[in-house]
Design a protein around this ligand. Structure first.
Ligand SMILES: NC(=O)c1ccc[n+]([C@@H]2O[C@H](COP(=O)([O-])OP(=O)(O)OC[C@H]3O[C@@H](n4cnc5c(N)ncnc54)[C@H](O)[C@@H]3O)[C@@H](O)[C@H]2O)c1
Ligand SMILES: [Zn+2]
Length: 357
């Protein structure tokens, strides 16, 4: 098992990465949390696979868990669902001494983290991410929240977890397409912060457990280093994590979140952001080519489907929260391994890139 410490404001928390951690969860949590009533929040795909193991592990260490399951899918990340979970927690006797465990992907992490932030004005949250994306991205940094009809993540809170437990065994049941999404965020991290990891990913042949653990650890470090500089997303440092996401989110929105997964939209957004970076930030054309090759290597899309409603992407961009005072806050990369916010990117630049994506 590897342990990495994440700094957040005045406090810090551990991210544990390894095999067979679910059944040891009671022992792992005992140091940080008193034996109390707790809620495991999970979804209809994940709970049947892993909730039993987790519950047994908790009971062994005298925790008293109740399982709350919501339908799998982004639709569950809604205020109504958060309210229902809170009601179930009250009915199950949870109180201010209780805590919440997220057992699932980013949807469950964001939803249950938001519940933990508001229940009794805030109780501890433990992240047990079950997708690669959630391990390398959403479980780190404390952003929690739900969607509204007007857009994603518009209601939420910053609520840092007490501990994050990445049991890599759970990734075995993940559909291949869902696993690949995680690599879109990993490649994003490499482009914005780690040229060496970018090179390693290009040469990677084995995907054995130790290699995967090290890769997850490296990505946790990259994200947490960026978040530590700008926990509340105020100074612009944290914005570099949005690389590929301005256009990626607009693609998801234009698609009505139907056919293209988040990581796939991010892959397309990365291609677009790199193309814009060639013109606006001096990214060498050969680096652009390397990024496209790497995304393809991990089975991620680099072109929009022919029949995609491209015109809707620009409409969606206009509603994006990355617009401030009419200006686009667009993240560019001047060379692989670094990224910064630019105010030079125009709607015309984006239009031109979308025409050839
Ligand atoms: N808080 C943040 O900083 C942050 C960062 C990035 C993304 N997010 C959010 O994360 C969400 C996307 O996360 P995701 O891709 O993990 O989505 P997800 O939680 O919907 O999981 C994807 C699918 O995989 C299933 N699944 C999860 N684990 C499984 C397993 N081990 N075996 C089999 N099936 C499994 C789920 O039921 C779901 O159908 C979005 O809502 C996004 O906004 C948040
Ligand atoms: Zn993302």
């Amino acid at each position: 098992m590897i342990s990495t410490e994440v700094r957040a404001g005045q406090s810090s928390y551990s991210v544990l990465i390894g095999s067979s951690l679910l059944k040891r969860i009671g022992d792992l949590l005992r140091e940080k949390l008193p034996p109390a009533r707790c809620a495991i929040v999970s979804d209809t795909n994940v709970a049947p696979q892993f909730a039993d193991l987790l519950q047994k592990g908790l009971l062994l260490a005298d925790f008293d868990p109740v399982l709350i399951t919501v339908p799998a899918g982004e639709e569950s990340k809604a205020l109504e669902q958060a309210g229902r979970i809170c009601e179930q927690m009250i009915a199950a006797g949870l109180d201010r001494q209780s805590f919440v465990i997220a057992l699932g992907g980013g949807v469950i992490g964001d939803l249950s983290g938001f519940v933990a932030a508001i229940f009794q004005r805030g109780i501890p949250h433990v992240q047990v991410p079950t997708t690669l994306l959630a391990m390398v991205d959403s479980s780190i940094g404390g952003k929690t929240g739900v969607n509204t009809r007007a857009g994603k993540n518009l209601i939420g809170a910053i609520h840092q977890p007490t501990m994050v437990i990445d049991d890599i065994d759970v990734l075995k049941t993940l559909p291949r397409r869902v696993l690949r999404q995680g690599f879109a965020e990993i490649i994003k991290h490499a482009i914005i912060a780690d040229a060496r990891m970018f090179g390693d990913l290009r040469n990677e042949t084995a995907s054995d457990a130790p290699a995967l653990q090290t890769l997850i650890q490296r990505n946790v470090e990259i994200k947490s280093n960026i978040v530590a500089k700008d926990e509340l997303d105020r100074t612009g440092e944290r914005a570099s994590l949005n690389f590929g996401h301005t256009i990626g989110h607009a693609i998801e929105c234009a698609d009505n979140y139907k056919t293209i997964l988040h990581g796939e939209a991010v892959s397309l957004g990365i291609v677009a952001a790199c193309a814009i970076s060639v013109g606006k930030a001096g990214l060498p054309k050969s680096d652009y080519g390397s990024v496209v090759d790497l995304l393809k290597r991990f089975g991620l899309p680099t072109r929009l489907p022919d029949d995609f409603p491209r015109h809707k992407i620009l409409d969606a961009l206009k509603f994006d929260k990355k617009f401030e005072g009419g200006e686009i806050r667009f993240v560019v990369t001047p060379k692989i391994g670094s990224a910064h916010l630019s105010r030079d990117v125009t709607m015309q630049d984006i239009q031109a890139v979308l025409d050839v994506l």
